[in-house]
Design a protein around this ligand. Structure first.
Ligand SMILES: [Zn+2]
Length: 291
């Protein structure tokens, strides 16, 4: 289990999967063998698997414990969710809930669930299957969703040409929470409390958020999918293929990296491999990870 301290906050990584998934050029068309030569010394083994020649991506949640509250950030893919187009995350049956319990939180102890955005790999554990219905996993939690994302995916879900939105995720992992009256739809920037601020970082999805945490003079930034891989810190113009607006995704990445470097924040991304969190440094017109 990977645990970090940010002032008085404890931040624990709850792993769902950590797999070599994508050939680099499939994610980043600008990738060449020269990049492997230049970056191989840090890419292998945590960020690139030389046997399969694929980039490694983690899917995990961050559990924040602060001021007597337990906040879960992002909820992975979930169990028993059908994703035939994403075979490595299809019909999972992982002990993610056991890992969460081992980190100190049973489902009914979670006070709040916050999703950086409404893609299928950040929402799955919002609900679980009970008697054939998708029910809220965290029965006592408020769930904080991006309103711009909610509006966007609801529209896609209502349109027969695009429904069901996000492989069915919207119906399985978002609507049951809203219908149970447990969702708070938020438009950023929005201060949640004295410790956490919600900031817009659109592009990967229209309402993508990052979460800024301040405690005891220390800062963390939970950055979701502003970047998926540490290569994008060296090359901030390299977009992940899936975006609602590619130009916005690039602009948000530059702005968030700039802000993380300037503030010295400990950065908690959504999919970066071990050691999973670290710092960003400015380097000329680009950046370097200190993970
Ligand atoms: Zn993601």
């Amino acid at each position: 289990m990977t645990v970090f301290k940010v002032g008085k906050a404890t931040v624990t990584r709850i792993e769902e999967t950590y797999l070599a998934i994508y050939p680099p050029s499939e994610l980043f068309p600008a990738w060449t063998d020269a990049h492997l030569k230049e970056h191989g010394h840090w890419l292998v083994p945590n960020h690139y698997d030389p046997d399969s020649r694929k980039l490694k991506l983690s899917v995990h949640s961050w559990l924040i414990e602060l001021n007597g509250r337990k906040i879960l950030i992002d909820a992975c893919c979930g169990n028993q969710k059908s994703r035939p187009l994403r075979p490595w995350w299809n019909m999972l049956d992982t002990p993610w809930l056991d890992r969460l319990a081992a980190a100190g939180a049973r489902p009914d102890e979670i006070d709040m669930v916050m999703c950086t955005h409404l893609h299928h790999d950040h929402l799955g554990w919002n609900t679980r299957l009970k008697n054939g219905r998708w029910e809220p996993t965290f029965a006592k939690a408020r769930y904080v969703f991006s309103k711009p994302d909610f509006d966007y995916f609801r529209q896609l879900d209502l349109d027969p040409a695009t429904a069901p939105a996000e492989f069915g995720t919207f119906r399985e992992s978002v609507l049951p929470i809203v219908e149970a009256g447990r969702a708070d739809l938020v438009t950023g920037p929005h201060r949640l409390d004295e410790f956490i601020e919600i900031l817009p970082a659109p592009g990967h999805s229209p309402g993508h958020f990052v979460f800024k945490l301040d405690s005891g003079g220390h800062r963390a930034m939970v950055t979701g999918d502003v970047f998926h891989h540490l290569l994008q810190i060296f090359y901030p113009d390299w977009n992940f293929p899936k975006n609602s607006n590619a130009d916005d995704a690039k602009a948000s990445r530059h702005r968030v990296l700039e802000d993380c470097a300037a503030s010295g924040a400990l950065v908690f991304p959504g999919h970066v491999g071990a050691p999973f969190a670290g710092y960003i440094e400015k380097s000329g017109t680009s950046f370097r990870p200190r993970f």
